[in-house]
Design a protein around this ligand. Structure first.
Ligand code: FAD
Length: 429
């Protein structure tokens, strides 16, 4: 059954972020007339995991052989200017279970007649596709190259969504009048009838969508279904010549060492990330609806803590990535170091359903670190849920499933995440 009609008043908490802005876009395109996004920050929100402190961000690892989201990036006018189809390398350091999975994927898609992928069996094959790795120490590496993929200018893309929302008549409130404080409930406590923000405003609504990313489980009790964790990144400032030498290179991902991709054409900032299970920030906190304070991971955002950098061990891993892959950049300053927050479910699937305790509250969260690439399409899934059009299969995949949060790192198939309290080098206030 549909949860709202096109005349319903809809509030989207976290509407300046990835899932929230996409939801607003798709609902508005379907003719929903009364939508308001709420966020701490103006869209593109400084808090969003898709954003970046230098205001010149980019995100990599997009597309791939079976990825329909990339088609939307390269066909929807709101997104086309921000997608860079440079191809994608998906690599692993040796004869690992992952290399066997990649090989199986390759064989499956070749059998289907796909010619836009290649198997790279050794360092020479890889360097042929990626000339910028010519001095890289990657003996034994192997993996897949896909033509259909690349990286996106993330902040610019959300900004573009923001402009489209204005064109479509979507309303917004940012700052203290956009910052969630609590739900407004009906007298019997069974129906959500809006949101109270920290300035005391009571925003009445027929339907509230909670799409607050890593803050979702902090704002409303999700019964342990989402565990918020941070990942890290930094930049190297390239010279014009260095940037030119990397123009159009495919994105490079290695499941052990990390990833990087073409520097942005305007700033020449090269963004680098290591690959690890993330860090939690466990403190005592009482989300709306919880009976008592709970020990849970609460994001510590860069926007609110601008002097935070990253743990030394992660910085060392990024230095190792540079030493292995881009040895000519060894020793260069690693600038704009920051941590950004995602929220993981145990099976890495979204939590996209109505809250069973309160009618009129829809959850659109549990990004599990792979949702920016879905920016053009994720809102269509939320809109389908609201319009009662979501298939039973998807409903099951994204259902309410208490206790499914991922404190042990299972969703990403790695070890359990460390807590920020166990690592040093990141805190400077
Ligand atoms: P967000 O985009 O974080 O949005 C949440 C919003 O809620 C924010 O705007 C925030 O301000 C708002 N909010 C918070 N508190 C409140 C409040 N009290 N009231 C109102 N609003 C509030 N994904 C990919 O697909 N491909 C990649 O290559 C990739 N690389 C990544 C690299 C790094 C280093 C990181 C950190 C993430 C990466 N991701 C990638 C993950 C991707 O960025 C996230 O999955 C996605 O952005 C999460 O979307 P979201 O809408 O759930 O949360």
């Amino acid at each position: 059954a549909s949860l709202a009609s096109r005349d319903s008043k809809i509030l989207i908490v976290g509407g300046g972020g990835t899932m929230g802005s996409s939801t607003a876009l798709h609902l508005a395109r379907r003719g929903f007339k009364d939508i308001r996004i709420l966020d701490v920050y103006q869209i593109p929100s400084d808090n969003s995991a898709g954003n970046d402190i230098a205001g010149s961000d980019s995100l990599g690892l997009f597309g791939g052989v079976s990825d329909t989201a990339w088609d939307a990036w390269t066909s929807d006018p709101v997104f086309i200017p921000y997608a860079h189809t440079v191809g994608k390398l998906d690599l692993t350091p040796g004869d690992t279970p992952r290399s066997r999975r990649l090989r199986e994927k390759y064989e499956k898609f070749r059998a289907m007649g796909r010619t836009d992928i290649e198997w790279l069996a050794n360092a020479e094959d890889i360097k042929r596709k990626a000339p910028h790795l010519k001095d890289a120490d990657i003996e034994g590496w192997r993996g897949l190259w896909c033509a259909n993929g690349g990286w996106v200018a993330a902040r610019d893309a959300i900004d573009s969504v923001g402009r489209e929302l204005v064109n479509l008549g979507v309303k917004s409130s940012f700052g203290s009048s956009g910052t969630f404080a609590s739900l407004l409930l009906s007298e019997d406590g069974k129906t959500c009838r809006g949101v109270k923000t920290v300035d005391g405003t009571e925003w009445e609504a027929d339907l509230v969508v909670l799409a607050a990313g890593a803050w979702s489980p902090v704002l409303v009790d999700l019964e342990g279904q989402c565990t918020s964790k941070c990942w890290v990144y930094c930049h190297v400032q390239l010279t014009d010549e260095e940037a030119e030498a990397m123009r159009g290179v495919p994105t490079m991902y290695n499941d052990v060492y990390g990833f990087f991709f073409e520097p942005r054409p305007d700033s020449h900032l090269l963004k680098l990330c290591n690959e690890f299970p993330g860090y939690t920030n466990i403190v005592e906190h009482q989300p709306f609806g919880a009976r008592n304070p709970i020990k849970m991971s609460v994001p510590r955002s860069h926007a609110a803590h601008p002097t935070d950098t990253m743990p030394t061990e992660s910085l060392d891993e990024i230095k190792r990535l540079i030493e292995i892959c881009l040895p000519h950049l060894k020793g260069r300053p690693l600038i704009n170091q920051a941590m950004c927050w995602c929220t993981d479910t145990d099976d890495a699937n979204w939590l996209l359903c109505e809250h069973p305790r309160w009618n009129g509250l829809v959850l659109a969260t549990g990004d599990s670190g792979h949702t920016f690439k879905m920016l053009p399409v994720v809102g269509a899934q939320v809109a389908d849920l609201i319009e009662g059009k979501l298939s039973d299969e998807k409903k099951h995949l994204w259902r309410w499933r208490p206790g499914a949060g991922d404190p042990h790192g299972r969703g990403r198939g790695g070890p359990a995440p460390k807590d920020l309290s166990e690592v040093d080098g990141w805190k400077h206030d």
